[in-house]
Design a protein around this ligand. Sequence first.
Ligand code: GDP
Ligand code: FO1
Length: 308
Amino acid sequence: MIVLSGGTGTPKLLNGLRKVIPEEDITVVVNTGEDVWISGNLVSPDMDTVFYLFSDKLDTDKWWGIADDSFITHKSMKAIGYNEGMMLGDIDRGTHIMRSEYLRNGNTLTSASSKLAQNFGIRAKILPMSDDTVTTFIKTSSGNLHFQDFWIKEKGKSDVYDVFVDGASKASISPRVIDALKMDDKVLIGPSNPITSIGPILALPKMKETLKDKKVTAVSPIIGTEPVSGPVAKLMHAKGLDASSISVAKCYQDFLDVFVIDKTDHFKESDFKNEGIECDIIRADTLMKSVGISINLADDIMKIFDNV
Ligand code: GDP
Ligand code: FO1
């Protein structure tokens, strides 16, 4: 099973999936559009969230960083006049240093990531979507902001006029992702932000065409017109979409076989059909407030794949 992931909604589902199927059978293709160099090292938030999840280190209150990490270095630097913007934990920073050292020694991001996964004792394959630099910018009233500047420094408050994924059209899909897609025909798009988490993965040349030949199931990160969390509504509006499960399905309709919406979603199957969305619509409990709900959702998804 190949899972396309951002850094919050899909990791919650992966937390169930890894208890339902063997970890070795999971390949996660991770968004790197939010990566950023800070204090000399490459921070890759979505990759790190997935690493920490699979190595049982993740802070699952925030869904980023390491549980019980300290922030001594970050706070000491701030006290003498240097604000890193992102709160980098001390142990988390160790991951950034290792990744960056592997890169400085000539490794690709994919091989640096597989070394990290090995060091963490992870058996799932966790692959960055590309070895090339791809960066998501948010066009706002204060200029074009890196996603992290928009989300952390500006607290997502600016008006958003557009979102663009710089470097995507010239980037290549990571060779290990291409191999994984040749070997496996089941692709799950987790409940991640379709614009800033899944959008950059789909923006890579040949990705959408490849997905047309796969069995693709996606889970909505929006229940009816209510996002579970994060800036997805603002970002979808900037792309001319209203924030709804129907609009999420529209983002994927060229290659989507099954769309999983929440059991409480007020849209009916006919509402999707009326918008020209032809895939099967399945209802499930998608609000993953506990690992038990994540496990049940992962179970439901495995049954869907058995029937596609
Ligand atoms: P990011 O990288 O932190 O933006 O994380 P993702 O893109 O992976 O996840 C953010 C999206 O996950 C948001 O649009 C949320 O609405 C959605 N989300 C978060 N938790 C849940 C959940 O429990 N269920 C569902 N269906 N969506 C969720
Ligand atoms: N999110 C915040 O809202 N504030 C932070 O200070 C912050 C620090 C941070 C450090 C490492 C990391 O991997 C993620 C971090 N995040 C922080 C989350 C991050 O900004 C985004 O939620 C993800 O990029 C979205 O996937």
